[in-house]
Design a binder for this molecule. Structure first.
Ligand SMILES: Cc1ncc(COP(=O)(O)O)c(C=O)c1O
Length: 323
């Protein structure tokens, strides 16, 4: 297997913890959590693993500025801004949100890390403005490197392929891995890692914001392309990707009662923090699937806590977390 360029700055391996009280309360399978909210960069989260490869790629290409985009409360943008600061790179972020929103949560941290932020009102305008920002940075000699949404390029996805190897070295038997899936890089990395390192369980992504069909297509393409970076292409078909889109109907970033309930359950039974956009939604799905009997009582589940906690303190969410 080829050894792609990587900057090792994540705090790895992240811990695996048994959620004994929560498993008992739900009365279903044994739930474990992989603490990827503790990956060490700027309050942690799944993007650290991707950025180890993305930053290395940017630096190999002699780029000087990381350019990316996301929602105002993007965890990916916060971690990208921190990685840029750590490696002495510039950072420009295109964020969609209401102009004039207070600098709270992730957006506050983007600013603390010294990122330049460009705010657009509509999500649909983001891609166009990102292109403009990138072209301007290039013209100004800033040598931009485009970090795609969520860090989900084939390069970024490698982070989660190696996360599977890390997990298998810690823990052998788990019947399911469950996590929130949005831009698809985490999901793609996990399925690639499953194939490469021989994980026998089922990898199940809870979709955060799109249909299962489109997520499966995206993940299959990303996983196939990421495999090429390791030396030989593996073709993943959308049908072999597991994605559940039952929990994203409210729309991106809209906190539902079930998500609020799941966040409270993890907090009150385990002292664990989830976030209001991704892990809260994934956990709401997990709890619902357990209640519906989707898993056997004898099963063991691994829930990837992919981070995102700064959004708990964002203006848009903090007031809505408690009834
Ligand atoms: C906290 C958190 N969990 C999960 C995800 C989803 O990961 P991916 O974009 O790789 O699908 C994100 C994406 O931004 C995130 O911020």
């Amino acid at each position: 297997m080829k050894n792609p360029a990587r900057r090792n700055f994540a705090h790895l391996p992240t811990q695996v913890e048994h959620l004994e009280r929560l498993s008992g309360y739900l009365g279903g399978p044994s739930i474990y959590v992989k603490r990827d909210d503790q990956t060490g960069l700027a309050l942690g989260g799944n993007k650290t693993r991707k950025l180890e490869f993305l930053v290395a790629d940017a630096m190999e290409k002699r780029c000087k500025t990381l350019v990316s985009a996301g929602a105002l409360q993007s965890n990916h943008c916060r971690q990208t801004a921190a990685a840029a600061a750590k490696f002495g790179l510039g950072c420009i972020l295109v964020l969609n949100g209401e102009p004039g929103m207070a600098a709270t949560g992730n957006y506050l941290l983007d600013r603390l890390f010294g990122a330049e932020t460009v705010i657009v009102r509509e999500r649909e305008d983001r891609a166009r403005v990102l292109d403009e920002v990138y072209a301007k940075a290039e013209k100004e000699g800033k040598k931009p490197y485009l970090v795609p949404y969520g860090g989900s390029s084939p390069v970024g996805a490698l982070g989660y392929a190696f996360a599977v190897r890390e997990f298998l070295e810690q823990w052998l038997k788990t019947d399911y891995m469950v996590f929130g899936s949005s831009s698809g890089g985490t999901h793609a990395g996990l399925v690639l890692g499953q194939r490469l390192f021989g994980y026998n369980g089922t990898i199940l992504g809870i979709s955060i914001d799109e249909s299962a069909d489109s997520l499966k297509n995206k993940v299959a393409v990303l996983a196939s392309e990421a495999s090429e970076l390791l030396g030989s292409r593996i073709n993943f078909a959308p049908e072999e990707i597991n994605a559940d889109d039952s929990y994203c109907k409210a729309g991106y970033g809209v906190l539902t009662d079930e998500e609020r309930e799941a966040i409270k359950l993890f907090a009150e039974y385990e002292g664990l923090l989830l976030d209001p956009i991704y892990t809260g939604r994934a956990a709401a799905g997990l709890v619902d699937l357990i209640k519906k009997g989707r898993f056997k009582k004898s099963d063991t589940l691994l829930f990837w806590n992919t981070g995102g906690q700064p959004a708990l303190f964002a203006e848009a969410y903090e007031k809505h977390l408690l009834y």
